[in-house]
Design a binder for this molecule. Sequence first.
Ligand code: SF4
Ligand code: SF4
Length: 157
Amino acid sequence: MRPFWENKKLTEMTPEEWESLCDGCGRCCLKKFEDARTREVVYTDVACRLLDCERCRCTSYADRAKLVPDCVVLDPEQLDRLQWLPSTCAYRRLADGKPLEWWHPLVSGDPRTVQQAGISIRGRALSEASVTPREIEERVIRWVKPARKGRARKTGR
Ligand code: SF4
Ligand code: SF4
């Protein structure tokens, strides 16, 4: 029998199935900038102040939208507007009709493969609490790419 992520639309998934799609990479919680002219989104290696950079988990998940107003809580109805999500993000991939990658925990059966494949930001990012706004602008990276052009926002699952 095919697994649920191949068998169901995103809108048909249970809350538990939806949550399990997140691989815990932490990429969507990195600060981003958008070129006003080209709409190209670039990521930095500076993470939202609420992200635990070692565990790659939001430290106030239930209150994230209240504490960080520009944190977008993902829902299946709005994914079409979130082109800036990382090209590796399971939500983005499934919305685009792509399969999950081998390193996704639902496929590999092991959450450590996210780090082994170089997808996790663990050990590669620092908190915005430890840098100035000017320093964030100087920390653009190329190892995270958005799926397509679009508005840069933080996000939460
Ligand atoms: S980029 Fe996608 S898979 Fe990675 S933490 Fe964010 S929501 Fe989860
Ligand atoms: S889920 Fe939202 S509030 Fe939590 S760390 Fe990520 S961007 Fe910040």
